[in-house]
Ligand binder design. Structure first.
Ligand SMILES: Cc1c2[nH]c(c1CCC(=O)O)Cc1[nH]c(c(CCC(=O)O)c1C)Cc1[nH]c(c(CCC(=O)O)c1C)Cc1[nH]c(c(C)c1CCC(=O)O)C2
Length: 345
């Protein structure tokens, strides 16, 4: 049976434009909070394939999205490379010992050995393949090397990125050494997710906008493209979605290249600009401002405007970044219904 989401990624005809939401499995769903309570904490939930499988499926049943995204986190990668990770309440992720020196990088586990430790992710994917309806796609994912490196170097989330940018401008060799090591793990990780059953994979470069446009290719995009090339060599049929957040000027200057299928458009980039610059080459995913979800009326306006621009050609509906925890569930349901309504053929 064909999956409408996979067809849309490959620009094949579909009866309507499919939709999913970044961070669709999460705290805005009371059913998610219940399972998380059962698991103990967030990382224990990621490590528990049965429960991770359950929360992955929740938004399909409750909200009606067309694709499931594996429930996990981008930070399980550095965690399995040997960096102790904790999710501190009210503060977010914290690494006990950030990477500061060449010796710190050398001490991390690399390549297939690190990727092999993410067994709970592959187990979750295998379970999901048994439980998901045949016509729904499963999206696997990773963080981009740059976004992962920001957490590894800063030790936590940051507003200024001053520690990793100090490294970028005063010791770029060390930053490249980190990016190289992470890239090599991610290549194996992506292929193993596909071998376990992921139908599509997305690379999240959530902190792309922290890099000045003239340096973005050198410190992030080229590594993402290298990962995509590696996946395509082994699994040319598996769609790849690239999501670099906050790169409108990079798009405007025509700097997006590489062998992948779908470009995720963040909410700060006008969809018409993305279509003009990239629409012939890549299917476009996005890009409603996530806060529009607080108003049903403003949601409908945006969905209609996106439909007017894209006309159901080479498009996948999504938010332009993750859904926030205090969005009413019924508004998320409204968003999905509206995407289906305006695009029905
Ligand atoms: C930067 C980043 C992270 N994680 C992720 C990114 C890239 C995407 C983006 O830009 O939003 C990716 C991610 N994290 C999570 C998913 C699951 C699948 C889905 O999208 O539904 C995905 C795809 C679950 C999660 N990851 C996290 C939660 C919340 C944990 C909880 O309290 O239950 C979930 C559901 C925790 C997390 N994880 C991360 C942070 C900064 C935080 C704390 C902030 C927050 O609480 O939102 C790192």
């Amino acid at each position: 049976m064909s999956k409408i989401f996979v067809d849309a990624c490959l620009r094949k005809p579909t009866p309507y434009t499919p939709v999913w939401m970044m961070r669709q499995a999460g705290r805005y769903l009371p059913e998610y909070m219940e399972v998380r309570k059962k698991a103990g904490d967030f990382l224990s939930l990621c490590h528990n394939p049965e429960l991770a499988c359950e929360v992955t499926i929740q938004p399909l049943d409750i909200v009606g999205v067309d694709a499931a995204i594996l429930f996990s986190d981008i930070l399980v990668i550095p965690n399995e490379m040997g960096m102790k990770l904790e999710f501190v309440k009210g503060e977010g992720p914290v690494f006990e010992k950030p990477v500061k020196t060449e010796a710190d990088v050398d001490a991390l586990l690399g390549g297939e050995e690190a990727a092999d430790r993410l067994t709970y992710v592959y187990e979750t994917i295998k379970l999901l393949k048994q439980k998901l309806p045949e016509d729904r796609a499963l999206i696997g994912f990773t963080g981009a090397p740059w976004t992962l490196a920001t957490y590894m170097i800063e030790g936590q989330g940051t507003k200024t990125y001053n520690v990793c940018k100090k490294m970028m401008y005063s010791n770029p060799e060390l930053l490249h050494k980190i990016l190289r090591k992470v890239t090599d793990v991610v290549k194996f990780y992506m292929v193993k997710q596909i071998e376990a059953g992921a139908d599509v994979v997305q690379i999240f470069d959530s902190w792309a906008s922290a890099i000045e446009p003239s340096k973005y290719d050198e410190f992030s995009w080229k590594y993402m493209v290298e990962i995509a090339e590696y996946i395509k060599e082994k699994y040319p049929e598996t769609p790849i979605i690239m999501f670099p957040k906050g790169v409108a000027s990079f798009i405007e200057r025509g700097l997006v290249y590489g062998n992948f299928d779908v470009f995720g458009v963040d909410w700060g980039t006008p969809m018409a600009l993305a279509k003009e610059k990239l629409g012939d080459k890549y299917v476009l995913q996005g890009n409603m401002e996530p806060c529009r979800l607080y108003s049903k009326e403003k949601t409908t306006q945006c969905v209609e405007a996106l439909q007017n621009i894209m006309q159901g050609e080479g498009h996948i509906f999504n938010l332009g970044h993750g859904i926030l925890p205090d969005v009413p569930v019924e508004n998320a349901i409204h968003f999905v219904k509206e995407c289906h309504r305006v695009s029905a053929k």
